[in-house]
Design a protein around this ligand. Structure first.
Ligand SMILES: C[S@@+](CC[C@H](N)C(=O)[O-])C[C@H]1O[C@@H](n2cnc3c(N)ncnc32)[C@H](O)[C@@H]1O
Length: 279
């Protein structure tokens, strides 16, 4: 078994996602995305994953509200379902953004955090979002900026491409297309843009090595079934270790100055959209 297989230790995608990505990187962005939810609202968390945004939305919507988490990856949705989250009741539904199984005007808010880059049909999904929003309802979306705009982690894409393989570029999670693509899709669906902004929030890893292990072993990409799959290489194959060590050397060079008291603190940069359905 390799060091990375040991790190993963056969645990599920959802377990690794919740242990290594949510607290380090996603939580601070997810909490901000759910901030506009008000008491009593009906909220859709599109591409809900293990339910981080839905949980914050349920707390804000309160017992009079209602939250739906929609996602096509069973392992992640199963982990969301197993959680006991306070506030509004949450329904977890297996499905995808291209066909949202709700009637027109079902939601006050649609939230989508780091899900748009994984869609198979962006235009169809935005048309669906516009359909299920009530007039005056809003979409809040966050999607990672490109590697070029990742202030601290910009080296990752070229380093992975050099050491692991050219297919690593672009990093799937960072490949969406930025604010212009968000604006194009929102306007194409007839939504009116209220906020379009790039935001940097700090990620915290207990060490640079922990970041490297997380990046290699737990990075997600869409598989042939349209579900999220984990890992950039075959973690059981020891032949990858020199390449991973070369990536780690690049990471230490790029990130060493950002280590504070042993902890790596460095920004992850996200493009954010708020857009309303006209009344
Ligand atoms: C990086 S995760 C983000 C999960 C969650 N929103 C969060 O912030 O932790 C991307 C999610 O998009 C979901 N996804 C992939 N394709 C999708 C689609 N066509 N429609 C809806 N969700 C999709 C994946 O299953 C995965 O849960």
């Amino acid at each position: 078994m390799t060091r990375l297989a040991d790190f993963v230790a056969g645990r599920s995608l959802a377990w690794l996602y919740d242990a290594y990505w949510v607290p380090t990187v996603l939580d601070v962005h997810a909490r901000a995305l759910a901030e506009p939810v008000r008491a009593g609202q009906r909220v859709l968390d599109l591409a809900c994953g293990t339910g981080i945004v839905a949980g914050y939305a349920a707390a804000k919507a309160g017992p009079a509200g209602e939250v739906v988490g929609l996602d096509p990856t069973p392992d992640l949705l199963g982990a969301a379902r197993a959680k006991s989250l306070p506030g509004a009741p949450i329904r977890w539904i297996d499905g995808s953004g291209e066909e949202i199984p709700f009637e027109e005007s079902s939601f006050d808010q649609v939230l989508c955090h780091q899900g748009l880059q994984y869609l198979t049909d962006r235009e169809k999904t935005f048309a669906e979002i516009a359909r299920v929003l009530r007039p005056g309802g809003t979409l809040h979306a966050g999607v990672w900026s490109s590697a070029a705009d990742q202030l601290a982690f910009g080296f990752v894409e070229d380093s992975l491409a050099r050491h692991i393989g050219p297919e690593q570029k672009p990093v799937h999670a960072w490949s969406f297309g930025g604010l212009p693509e968000l604006a194009r899709l929102a306007e194409g669906a007839g939504l009116s843009i209220e906020r379009l902004e790039t935001v940097a929030r700090p990620a915290r890893f207990e060490s640079i090595q922990r970041y490297v292990d997380t990046q290699i072993a737990c990075a997600g990409r869409t598989d042939e079934n349209g579900q999220l799959a984990m890992g950039l290489v075959d973690l059981e194959d020891e032949r990858w270790l020199p390449a991973i060590d070369a990536f780690a050397a690049d990471a230490h060079e790029a990130l060493a100055a950002r280590v504070q008291d042993g902890v790596l603190v460095a920004p992850f940069v996200s493009d954010e959209l708020r857009a309303a359905k006209p009344r």
